[in-house]
Ligand binder design. Structure first.
Ligand SMILES: NC(=O)C1=CN([C@@H]2O[C@H](COP(=O)(O)OP(=O)(O)OC[C@H]3O[C@@H](n4cnc5c(N)ncnc54)[C@H](O)[C@@H]3O)[C@@H](O)[C@H]2O)C=CC1
Ligand SMILES: CC(=O)[C@H](N)C(=O)O
Length: 375
């Protein structure tokens, strides 16, 4: 009898066996046609929560952790759960300050066995899956984006379901498209994105929710707006202009914007984004009426952002040289994001609006460049 069928039979017998106080048999989801963690539809979502009663803190693995968001998230989670309880991973070589700030491990999400080994050997309980190719770089390399964002996600889902992990996968405003309502965009509406990035993120939302209902996976997902950060560079997205303007304003006093001046997009300062991520991961399962939420802070156009920066740096010169790929993407994305479900269900509240964002970014980058000049 083929191995798969033997495993399937053993697992079925284990499920059918009378209650004996034994641990349920955990069999790799990949090797059988159903999961021992399978639940009937309509069952209480709170059943799915990983219990931390045996340990004070979750043990967290962050994939794709050397991008714009991962290092900041590791810092926040390490403050809360302890340095050694949060492992950053990526396929890139970490800079020395990151390498020395806490555990770092090589992990290619396309290597399923390596992922499983990391999860098992480190007794991981939470997985934050940040690896991805963003919207603009995804359009430049569709086969790679498809592999990382879709095949990689399948590996992550299977590992998380097999090992009973709480799984966070970020989605994005890019999961909506030209036929979605754009002003505002609610949680539930038509989603027909026109980028491989958007298609892969809708796929991630649906697969995560499916694994939640089918296998009891504790899947949690936030659709982030464009994220703005001072100490980490964005990885090739459509909203990158809103980070670059601060660096150019301070370094050269000139900024060439690749989107039209009136392109309105939802945006958020990184501290709000990372705090939202921690909050939704810590939210009691019974407070989550959904598993994928929009979160928002502000919406602005390049012109409005430039005007706000010019209040502090009046000499800043802004010109526009439109990138047609990015502009087409931005024109299909939400202009305003409705995040009322996140606010009602688990108390989401942003701290930074446009004036605070601009002040914080200029202070941060300004003090960095003064230090660099002094050295
Ligand atoms: N930064 C933003 O504005 C937003 C980000 N998000 C999502 O948040 C997550 C993190 O975003 P960022 O940090 O900005 O992305 P990023 O592009 O800066 O970083 C992604 C990381 O994934 C890594 N990676 C690529 N292929 C990999 C592989 N095969 N195995 C392991 N790692 C691999 C890269 O080396 C990179 O460090 C992504 O899933 C993104 O879609 C969602 C909305 C907005
Ligand atoms: C909004 C995002 O998902 C990202 N910053 C991008 O522009 O691709």
């Amino acid at each position: 009898m083929p191995v798969v069928r033997v495993l399937s039979k053993v697992a079925k017998q284990a499920l059918l066996a009378p209650a004996c106080g034994c641990q349920p048999l955990t069999v790799a989801i990949r090797n059988i046609s159903f999961s021992p963690r399978q639940v009937t539809s309509g069952s209480d979502a709170s059943f799915h929560s990983v219990s931390f009663s045996e340990t004070d803190h979750p043990k967290v693995l962050i994939t794709g952790g050397l991008g714009q968001l991962g290092v900041g998230l590791a810092k926040l989670l390490r403050k809360r759960f302890g340095k050694n309880n949060v492992i950053l991973s990526d396929i890139r070589k970490p800079p020395s300050n990151v390498f020395h700030s806490g555990p770092f491990i090589y992990s290619d999400i396309l290597d399923y066995k390596n992922l499983r080994e990391i999860v098992v050997n480190n007794r991981i309980t939470w997985l934050v899956h940040y690896s991805a190719l963003l919207s603009a770089v995804g359009e430049a390399n569709v086969p790679l984006a498809r592999a990382v964002n879709i095949t990689g996600l399948h590996n992550i889902l299977d590992i998380a379901a097999e090992h009973g992990l709480r799984l966070f996968v970020p989605s994005t405003i890019g999961a909506f498209g030209p036929t979605s309502p754009r002003n505002p965009t609610p949680d539930l509406c038509v989603q027909r994105p026109r980028t491989i990035y958007g298609v892969s993120k809708v796929h991630a939302e649906l697969m995560g929710e499916y694994y939640h209902h089918r296998y009891g996976l504790d899947f949690r997902c936030l659709r982030y707006p464009g994220i703005i950060s001072a100490d980490s560079q964005p990885g090739g997205g459509t909203t990158d202009y809103a980070v670059q303007i601060f660096h150019d304003a301070i370094k050269t006093g000139k900024f060439e914007c690749n989107l039209k001046p009136d392109t309105r997009l939802p945006m958020m300062y990184i501290d709000d984004c990372l705090r939202a991520t921690l909050e939704v991961m810590e939210a009691p399962a019974e407070s989550l009426s959904m598993r994928t939420y929009n979160i928002n802070a502000m919406s602005f156009t390049p012109e409005e952002l430039a005007n706000e920066v010019q209040k502090q740096l009046p000499d800043l010169q802004v010109t526009y040289e439109i990138d047609s790929v990015r502009q087409a993407i931005a024109d299909s994305w939400p202009m305003n994001f409705d995040d009322s479900n996140a606010r009602n269900d688990w108390g989401w509240k942003h701290d930074y609006d446009l004036p605070e964002l601009v002040q914080t970014m200029l202070n941060f980058i300004g003090s960095d460049s003064r230090i660099a000049q002094a050295n």
